[in-house]
Design a protein around this ligand. Structure first.
Ligand code: UD1
Length: 370
């Protein structure tokens, strides 16, 4: 009988997460690395999202360990958030140098942590690399461009992402297509979220309502735009009941602009931010989703739920070509909603949206470092 030799020293890997959508992206990778004898993953929480409902509840549901370190960055302007992560994470890296840093998504911490690491010559990887909206007014687009420029390993979800990187002159040795990590999380937690009782609690029936989320500065940070959107929401809830979990940014703006009370109508369920499982239960049984989120365009495409995205562009074009997503403007929203309610959708299989992305990433890390 041969016994497998345990590596003398395990590879220390920092998984950096800052905000709600990041927790869903590091969780499958943390679980995949936990089972690899050569790896020691550590969760680094920058603290951008700090409320129980925006952070801790996701750690609990996703089975993530308490963070190895919380940098306590909190809220602030883009410059403040980026600068604070750069300074605090650099200090952490100097004290607790890992062998590899993994950053995810496109939030302010993503380029900041990547910059801190590469300047200390620590190998750094970006999970969900190569997405481009080609809209430089979006803070996330700038974050993506900076991150992909500096990282050593670019783990992409789809062929369009590889093409974007190649078009920017990034050598193909740095690009590795691994698949969509968010779908790993969705598949991992599907048995759990199917048991959630949120529909009963809200008195909703399957396929009998829509889900609405809004949080992009371009939609919620102007009184005029948000007021127009409120009128549209009021018109839409006459067509079918809507569930609207409010992001803290959106709640703050609605209150500041005196719009929240206008939304107190019978067919609009305004909720606090929802935990992952309750929210995915709501989405998976919805007739339609209206959103400006990035991740929801993917989750609805996988689940075969029509998605109307209130944005001029998307960094996830595969959700338009192979998924269930349509870009809508305020002036086309109601017509698109009627059309979505009238037309059944038939999603196709999207390559590498299979729940195995974290395993492919773990294998790639092993090939490079072990
Ligand atoms: C950030 C990301 C965005 C991502 C979103 C998901 C950037 C540039 N943006 O936007 O890409 O889609 O997260 O939610 O990084 N707040 C709370 N409690 C919290 C966290 C924030 O009340 O736990 C408040 C803040 O005080 C602030 C507002 O929510 O007023 C927005 O938070 P912020 O960190 O600026 O980013 P998001 O809008 O959440």
């Amino acid at each position: 009988m041969t016994t497998q030799k345990r590596p003398e020293r395990r590879l220390t890997i920092d998984l950096v997460a800052a905000a709600r959508p990041n927790f869903m992206k590091i969780a499958p990778l943390w679980h995949a690395l936990k089972t690899r004898p050569w790896a020691r993953a550590r969760v680094v929480h920058t603290g951008q999202h700090y409320d129980y409902a925006m952070s801790q509840v996701f750690f609990e549901e996703l089975g993530l360990p308490a963070p190895f370190v919380n940098l306590g960055i909190g809220s602030g302007s883009h410059g403040q958030q980026t600068g604070r992560v750069l300074e605090a994470y650099e200090a952490h890296l100097v004290r607790e140098r890992p062998d590899l840093v993994v950053v995810v998504g496109d939030v302010n911490a993503t380029p900041a942590a990547a910059l801190a690491a590469v300047k200390l010559h620590i190998p750094t990887a970006h999970l969900e690399a190569g997405l481009r909206s080609f809209d430089r007014t979006m803070p996330e687009e700038i974050n993506r461009l900076v991150t992909d420029t500096v990282c050593d390993f670019l783990w992409t979800p789809s062929a369009d992402a590889d093409e974007n990187l190649a078009a920017e002159g990034i050598p193909k040795e740095r690009i590795h297509r691994v698949g969509n990590i968010m779908i790993d999380t969705l598949i991992m937690l599907m048995p759990r979220f199917k048991q959630e009782d949120i529909l009963q609690r809200l008195g909703l029936r399957e396929q009998g309502y829509g889900v609405l989320t809004l949080h992009r500065p371009s939609n919620v940070d102007s009184r005029e735009k948000l007021s127009v959107l409120c009128d549209l929401i009021l018109a839409a809830q006459k067509r079918l009941p809507l569930v609207f979990p409010l992001h803290p940014r959106t709640r703050a703006r609605l209150e500041e602009y005196g719009l929240l009370s206008r939304l107190e109508v019978p067919h609009l369920h305004i909720l606090p931010p929802q935990p992952y499982c309750a929210f995915m239960r709501l989405v998976s049984a919805a007739r339609v989703v209206v959103t400006d989120s990035g991740g929801l365009q993917e989750e609805t495409s996988y689940l075969g739920i029509p998605c109307l995205t209130l944005r001029n562009n998307t960094e996830r074009p595969i959700t338009l070509t192979l998924g269930t997503n349509r870009l809508v403007r305020p002036d086309t929203l109601l017509a698109e909603l009627d059309s979505a309610l009238a037309t059944p959708v038939r999603p196709k299989d999207i390559p590498l949206w299979d729940g195995q992305t974290a395993s492919r990433v773990a294998e790639h890390i092993q090939t490079i470092f072990c």
